[in-house]
Every structure is written in C-alpha cells, then in structure tokens.
Design a protein around this ligand. Structure first.
Ligand code: LHQ
Length: 262
C-alpha cells in the first residue's frame, strides 16, 4: 500500500500529493501526521523554493475521514478540540508558517477540512470541474482547521456565513468570481499549469516571497501604523538579500534577474 501523502521533489519544487484516492483523500490520523511531518521537512529545506499541494484521483480532499470519527464517537473517544489541535493545526501551521510560496492545485472536490487545507495555501489554481464545499454544517459542525479565518478574510463575513451555513457546493468558476481561487484551467491542463506557475514562483526572489507571506498575513489584522512598522522591519531583511542586489543589477544591466532565494 502506498503512503497516504506523497512528496515528489523536482529541483526547487516539491509536490505534495494527498493520496487516498478511493476515499477521496479523506484525512485519517496517520495521513495528517505524515502530512504535518512532510510540511515541516519542506519548510526547513532551503533547496525547496515552492510547494505544490494536490490530490490523487478525482478529489483534492473530502476532509475528515468520517468512518474513523464514527468509530471513535461510538467508543466515547472523540475529543474534537484535542483532535484539531494535535492533528489539523500542525498541518495548517505548516502551510501558513513556511516561508515560501505554497500553491494548491485543486483537482476535484475540496470539502470540509479538505477545503481548509486548500485555503491555507497562498495561491490556488483549480481545474474547471473542481469544487469547494464547506461541508461542516452538513454534519452538524462549524468550519475548522483555519476555514473560518481564511474564508471570512477572503470573501467577507456575509458570503462566508452563507457558504458555511448552507454547505452548498461552490464551483471552481464561482470560487474564482468570489476571489477564493486565483486561476481556473481545463482539468487536463491543471498539472501543467500548476507546474509552470510553481517554476515561475521558485525562480523568483523566494526569500522575499516568504517575507511577503508573513507581511500580508500580519497586515490583515494590523493598524496602519503597525503595518508600516512591520513593512519597514521586514524590508530591512529583504533589502539585505543577495536577490535584492541581483534584482537591482539585472535592472540596470538590462537583463533578466537570476534569483537564488538568498
Ligand atoms: C469518505 C469521505 C469522508 C470517509 C468520501 N470520510 N469516506 C475535523 C475534526 C473533527 C471532526 C470532524 O471534522 C473535521 C473537519 C471536517 O472535515 S468535517 C467534514 C467532513 N467531510 C464531509 O462531510 C464530506 C463527506 N463527503 C461528501 O459529502 C461527498 O463524498 C463529496 C461531496 C465530497 C463527494 O461526493 P461524491 O463525488 O458523490 O463521492 P462519494 O460520496 O461517492 O465518495 C466516494 C467514496 O469516498 C465513498 O466511499 P465508497 O467506499 O462508498 O466508494 C465515500 O464514502 C468516501 N468518502 N468522503 N469524509
């Protein structure tokens, strides 16, 4: 049996594939543990400058594996808070905390915590038949694993409330119109489109892109004065990178910059 999470590294790009296709990549404990471990490793690997997350088969992920939840609940062993903190939060923090661009290539349905994982990425490219379902309310739950955070920030409170309360399926096109998804491509072009975008990102000033991620995330809750201070603090770091010097030299020498992520 193959691992429920696969990592394929090609040069500076790592592709993480959620791999339980017969169950639409629904998350088991083992799978979440492995995913968190792999994300941690990729975050620390300076040679990896962009991470792509996608699903095997026809789904991105159907969220929490409900079979295991029912078994545990029946045995009086279901502790939601503990489960979220120990299994899901390391995954979401792994995605949000790694200082490099994360691109979700959403190849099919992303439901419940599966949508949360996609929404934790910095950028999303979706196949045209992909969809997003805030499935939590269908099973009497509320958005978790960062969905409430990402959703309301991206599309606003009222739209977030509508999607999360109804649990209705959002097509890739609707998700694009709402600004949840950056690009929609033909299904059979998804892998190529994600690969091309990842190569572009990985060839960029990835140290600065990592700082950009921190800056925008912090900026969402900052006052203007706080944002100005944080920009200045992080620009001090970006301004000392080799990529900044290379970018300026390339401009003045009228050539393409050769960024190294340092
Ligand atoms: C599944 C699942 C699944 C197990 C499809 N589990 N087998 C966090 C922490 C703590 C507690 C709980 O929750 C959370 C966060 C959450 O993620 S809550 C939300 C959990 N997810 C859902 O409620 C979604 C459940 N799945 C669906 O609604 C449908 O499967 C969707 C709409 C995703 C896809 O529908 P279809 O394309 O019609 O596929 P299907 O339903 O026929 O599924 C194919 C197979 O995958 C099937 O297995 P089988 O052996 O019969 O072929 C499903 O049972 C299995 N599967 N989702 N979450």
């Amino acid at each position: 049996m193959s691992d429920p999470v696969l990592v394929d590294s090609q040069g500076a790009i790592a592709t993480v594939t959620l791999n339980r296709p017969d169950k639409l990549n629904a998350f088991t404990d083992d799978m979440l543990r492995l995913l968190a471990r792999r994300l941690k490793e990729l975050g620390r690997d300076a040679d990896i400058r962009c991470v792509v997350v996608t699903g095997a088969g026809r789904a991105f992920s159907a969220g929490q594996d409900l079979d295991s939840i029912r078994e545990r609940a029946a045995g009086g062993q279901m502790h939601f808070r503990r489960h979220l903190e120990s299994a899901y939060h390391p995954v979401i923090r792994g995605l949000r905390g790694m200082e490099k661009p994360v691109l979700a290539a959403v190849n099919g349905v992303a439901a419940g915590a599966g949508a949360s994982v996609a929404l934790a990425a910095d950028l999303i490219v979706a196949g045209e038949s992909a969809s997003f379902i805030q499935a939590f309310s269908k099973v009497g739950l509320i958005p978790d694993s960062g969905s409430s955070w990402a959703l309301a920030r991206t599309i606003g409170y009222r739209r977030a409330f509508d999607l999360a309360s109804s649990g209705r399926r959002l097509s890739a096109g609707e998700a694009f119109d709402l600004g949840l998804v950056n690009r929609v491509v033909a299904d059979d072009e998804l892998a190529a489109a994600a690969g091309a975008w990842a190569r572009e990102l990985a060839a960029g000033p990835t140290k600065a892109l990592g700082l950009l991620k921190r800056l925008l995330s912090r900026g969402l809750t900052a006052t203007l004065d706080e944002a100005l201070a944080y920009e200045a603090q992080l620009q001090e770091i970006a301004g000392r990178t080799a990529d900044h010097a290379e970018g300026v030299n390339a401009f003045l020498e009228k050539r393409k910059a050769n960024f190294q992520g340092r």
